[in-house]
Design a protein around this ligand. Structure first.
Ligand code: IMP
Ligand code: MG
Length: 393
């Protein structure tokens, strides 16, 4: 029998909830109705070919192990009307498009089974989208090994201890085991508490990578606001230098790197770039001391040229004050300062700022070039660090 309409069924739940068993039950019923079924599963060890899907009740069925959801299409036979995919959470999110293709172009019935949540209790891979797009979603439960309640979470234990939130989601061959647990018995050290503060600037990114989650209190300036403001700054700078268009942008390493690259991309005046590395004595200190040391000087001569210093953040102002004095002594034609962030409250030395991206309160921020002990410079937003994280040296 053919299907006249494609449809998606999602079977989800924690480990030991009987997802594969339910998948195979549906496959068997389709086969009894003489429908042609193919079963696929991810091959996590890079081996293609035949495998089996087995459920805890001992049932087994042949399955094709594939690495990318796209190779499913290579194995697809003409007569197939039902496609079943087990462990779908491990697949690349392109699996959503593959399923849509099967349903919308080939009118197939697609049944997928997978973990809705990873061991941390966070949505797993493409599952949220598959669940949203499905005609039918069944959420199965296991039984909590601690309380006997319905279990919805998969507890990862590494050498007997609950795994930390920050551990990778997929670990192959580690000394670990899993247990089904109810929400209140699911332990994930380091899992961020729900943040319910009503802060206008706060942006929740539930699907963002977990890399920074344990150090992030909240997002102060999200990527969009950041980029919009940088466009405005670049427009302003381009128009200010339009009549005298020869500028040396001096980036102060390392914090200004992200800002510098995004800013220069949007400048419409001719310019060159150079960098300088400065540090305050006592690396690792969060409070700048008055002593600032030049670690790397400019390569170019700035004498008689327009100089625009590009900084990530001005805090006490000691760093910038030293840089300005040093560069001023080389007699540039003009010397201006552009900073992405300004903590005015913390100022100890008066500084004249020509371009300021954002005035921010006295909080320790990271991301977009700014570091937390040298890490997290790659985050595309400016985040406020948790007190514990900002307090470490
Ligand atoms: P200042 O000399 O006190 O103005 O400090 C400026 C330098 O301190 C910046 O270039 C940053 O490297 C660092 N800094 C100040 N505040 C923060 C922050 O909130 N996060 C990360 N780095 C910061
Ligand atoms: Mg810096």
């Amino acid at each position: 029998m053919q299907h006249h309409q494609g449809r998606l069924e999602v079977i989800c739940g924690c480990m030991f909830s009987g997802k594969s068993e339910e998948l195979l039950r549906r496959v068997r019923r389709a086969k009894i109705a003489k429908q042609r079924v193919q079963i696929f599963k991810p091959s996590l060890d890079h081996r293609y070919g035949l495998g089996v899907v087995s459920s805890h009740d001992g049932h087994q069925s042949e399955a094709i192990a594939i690495e990318s959801p796209l190779s499913l299409l290579d194995y697809l036979e003409d007569e197939t009307t039902v496609v079943a995919i087990d462990e779908v959470q491990f697949f690349d999110p392109i699996v959503v498009d593959v399923c849509r293709h099967l349903m919308e172009t080939r009118d197939m019935r697609v049944i997928v089974a997978g973990l809705d949540l990873d061991f941390r209790g966070e949505p797993f891979g493409a599952m949220p989208r598959l669940m949203a797009e499905a005609e039918e979603v069944d959420k199965l439960h296991a039984i909590c090994v601690v309380s006997g309640e319905a279990a919805t979470r998969s507890q990862r234990l590494v050498n007997g201890n609950p795994a930390h939130f920050n551990e990778p989601v997929i670990v192959i061959g580690a000394e670990e085991k899993y247990e089904a647990r109810a929400r209140s018995y699911h332990e994930v050290p380091g899992r961020p508490e729900p943040n319910l503060e009503r802060n206008g600037n706060q942006v929740h990114k539930p699907n963002a990578p977990a890399l920074y989650k344990h150090v992030l209190e909240y997002v102060l300036i999200d990527e969009e606001r950041l980029q919009d403001r940088i466009t405005e700054l670049a427009d302003e700078i381009s128009s200010d230098y339009a009549d005298d268009p020869d500028v040396i942008l001096v980036g102060i390493l390392k914090g200004s790197v992200m800002f510098m690259t995004d800013l220069m991309r949007r400048l419409t005046v001719p310019h060159v770039i150079d960098f300088m590395d400065v540090t305050s004595y006592g690396a690792g200190q969060r409070e700048t001391s008055g002593n600032v040391r030049i670690l790397m000087d400019l390569e170019m001569s700035i004498t008689g040229r327009n100089v625009l210093i590009v900084e990530d953040i001005i805090d006490s102002g000691f760093t910038l004050d030293k840089v300005v004095n040093l560069l001023q002594a080389r007699q540039p034609k003009s010397l201006k300062v552009c900073t992405l962030l300004n903590k005015q409250e913390r100022r100890e030395v008066p500084i004249k700022l020509d371009y300021v991206g954002f005035d921010i309160p006295n909080v320790f921020v990271f991301g977009y070039g700014l570091d937390l002990d040298q890490y997290y410079r790659n985050m595309p937003f400016i985040g406020v660090a948790k007190a514990e994280a900002a307090g470490q040296s």
